[in-house]
Design a protein around this ligand. Structure first.
Ligand code: ATP
Ligand code: MG
Ligand code: MG
Length: 597
């Protein structure tokens, strides 16, 4: 194993572990009631990361990067990673999305590194955290800030608020409500909570600095009024915390040590620290509090990583669903034949840096190819079949005779693994690829043409004698004779030299299969760059379905089994539609990078 490339996050964590940063958490007074949230986190020194998806869509390849990063750091440093559903927004969340996120984490094989306590209070499942379980605490934290004169209820209109915020070049100006007394703020905030104000009539804002060069520090909103039923807390609340307020609190309550997010949140870090410093002073949370670290988000050419846009593809039926094998969702990639190993390899290779960039799609495909090369069983499949008739078969072998053949399932079985053979048979008629016969061969053509000999891979050497055609001139059958005593694996196999071996499947034991040939969903490398309408970049040829003939070992694949159709690529038996007697395969990735060639 080559040494893992290090990254700035590993350095930060190693320094914290060496200094015992989090081993000695302390409180400003007697541990406050936040301590109960941490109950069961027996080892405060542990590295604790978190993956905090908002359950408003399916996870995509970008999330895989964040999952990989957070879980593998926890794994590497003997820590844990919290799966936290960031469900503070009442409107967009759905159980279907919660379930799909669970599935994805499980599929990636990271359950073992989930939180080390049996069950978080009030959560729906052991090992899972829900931000909405902290609404009571968040409310108290807000009241604390008001009491400390660090927050106020602003009743300007949104338009006035926007005008007062200023912009990049102009400092903001104070709201007329900023000078309210603590008592008045407390009363108004409770009025907000108790439903006495209309939606949007007021917000609670932090009192920081309207002239700050960082616009995020110009008295950011902490709470808003929204009469919406929440999937967890029902109608208990008509006020909901803003993400920027909720997120640091969630991290602190769970005693996260390293809160890793993407670069867009860099400007939010000063507020993250401001808030947690104030709450620590108020003895609401322990010190030292978690720290936020940013890395560049993953962008992959030809891929869209925005849940909103992916939802549009689903809702407008450009794809068959969130798990369409062309989708960059984890559910889609899984159905496409991606393995957790391939995704982890890809994430690792894409690097953890502070500056963004675009990764080639071929890097993702390369990772899959690598993980399948020595694991996916080989088999022959004919994607564009034409019948080949061996005209001397009956005379030579006996009418109706089927000769058993076999080939290794893996050309290089891993050490210590017994070689597996696949069995199939050859008879008078076999299917070959239409492109493997030419009546008049182009220059350099080595496959079947009248007078030429080739080997049927794993079978016999044959000599082409011609073809039959229908009234339109289309080829109906290719004709050949078997060269006696040339069966693969017998002493006579090498007596006749040929320049090509072609793939084939016996008519007698081949099975029909639906094969879905996928290509990239988008033609443009950056389909949504610069506000472009990404729908216009959809590849009209991203799916072609063919009826192929596959050898028995392929027909017997189980759903989700990855195989290599020799010479064609890696395929997976479809998770949803493949069944015994009705094989359905999806193209996962070609044998080599050939896109655009
Ligand atoms: P979207 O904009 O598609 O809705 P999001 O970032 O809002 O994505 P969340 O559910 O909030 O979605 O994301 C959970 C975590 O995944 C966050 O910590 C976020 O930083 C991370 N994440 C999302 N997209 C990427 C990406 N492309 N690269 C790396 N990390 C990502
Ligand atoms: Mg988000
Ligand atoms: Mg989002």
């Amino acid at each position: 194993e080559p040494a893992k490339p290090s990254n700035f996050l590993r350095h930060v964590i190693e320094a914290d572990l060496a200094q015992g940063t989090y081993a000695n958490r302390h409180w400003a007074g007697t541990p406050g009631d936040a301590a109960h949230h941490a109950a069961g986190m027996a080892d405060p020194a542990k590295v604790r990361t978190r993956f905090p998806p908002e359950p408003n869509g399916y996870l995509h390849i970008g999330h895989a990067k964040s999952i990989w990063l957070n879980f593998s750091l926890a794994q590497e440093y003997g820590g844990v990673c919290h799966l936290r559903f960031d469900d503070t927004n009442p409107e967009k969340e759905e159980q279907e999305y919660v379930d799909s996120i669970r599935d994805a984490i499980e599929w990636l094989g990271y359950e073992t590194y989930l939180a080390d306590r049996p069950s978080a209070p009030g959560t729906l499942q052991p090992h899972e955290y829900f931000a909405s379980n902290y609404f009571d605490f968040m409310y108290r934290a807000a009241e604390y800030l008001i009491t400390a004169d660090l927050a106020y209820v602003d009743e300007q209109t949104p338009e006035q608020m926007r005008l007062h915020r200023g912009d990049f070049n102009t400092p903001g100006t104070d709201s007329p409500f900023r000078a309210r007394t603590v008592t008045e703020n407390l009363a108004r905030f409770r009025a907000m909570r108790d439903g006495q104000l209309e939606d949007g009539a007021a917000v609670l804002r932090a009192k920081i600095d309207m002239a700050s060069p960082n616009i995020n520090l110009r008295d950011p909103a902490l709470y808003r009024i929204r009469r919406a039923t929440h999937h967890n807390t029902g109608d208990k609340w008509c006020i909901y915390p803003m993400y920027t307020f909720a997120h640091p609190i969630e991290d602190a309550l769970e005693q996260i040590t390293h809160s890793i997010c993407t670069l867009e949140f860099e400007d939010q870090r000063p507020f993250y620290d401001w808030l947690l410093d104030r709450l620590a002073e108020g003895n609401l949370i322990a010190s030292p509090h978690p720290r936020q670290y940013e890395f560049a988000r993953l962008n992959v050419n030809h891929v869209i990583t925005s849940k909103r846009k992916l939802r549009q593809l689903v809702e407008e039926s450009h794809v068959s669903g969130w798990d369409d094998p062309r989708m960059p969702t984890l559910a889609g990639l899984r159905r496409r034949g991606y393995t957790p190993e391939a995704l982890k390899l890809f994430c690792e290779r894409s690097g953890v840096t502070k500056s963004g960039g675009w990764i080639e799609y071929s890097s993702l495909e390369g990772s899959l190819r690598e993980t399948l090369e020595n694991t996916a069983h080989r088999g022959m499949a004919v994607l564009h079949p034409v019948k080949l008739v061996l005209t001397n078969w009956d005379e030579l072998m006996g009418a109706g005779h089927l000769e058993p053949c076999s080939l290794p399932a893996l050309p290089h079985p891993p050490e210590g693994v017994a070689p597996v053979l696949r069995h199939f048979s050859i008879g008078k008629e076999v299917w070959i690829e239409r492109e493997d016969f030419e009546e008049v061969p182009p220059k350099g053509y080595k496959r079947l043409f009248p007078g030429n000999k080739v080997r049927l891979k794993g079978g016999y050497v044959i000599e082409c004698t011609g073809c039959t055609k229908d009234a339109t001139g289309a080829i109906t059958e290719v004709l050949a004779t078997v060269v006696p005593d040339t069966k693969s694996g017998t002493p006579g196999a090498d007596t006749v030299k040929v320049k090509a071996a072609i793939t084939w499947v016996g008519v007698a034991d081949g099975a029909q299969a639906e094969v879905r040939m996928y290509d990239r969903l988008f033609l443009d490398a950056q389909p949504d760059a610069g506000g472009k309408d990404f729908i216009e970049s959809l590849n009209p040829n991203s799916l072609k379905v063919v009826t192929a003939i596959v050898e028995p070992s392929l027909a017997n694949a189980v759903a989700e089994q990855k195989v290599q159709f020799e010479r064609h690529g890696y395929f997976v038996a479809d998770k949803v539609d493949h069944a015994a007697g009705k094989p359905v395969f999806n193209l996962a990735v070609g044998l080599k990078d050939s896109w655009g060639k």
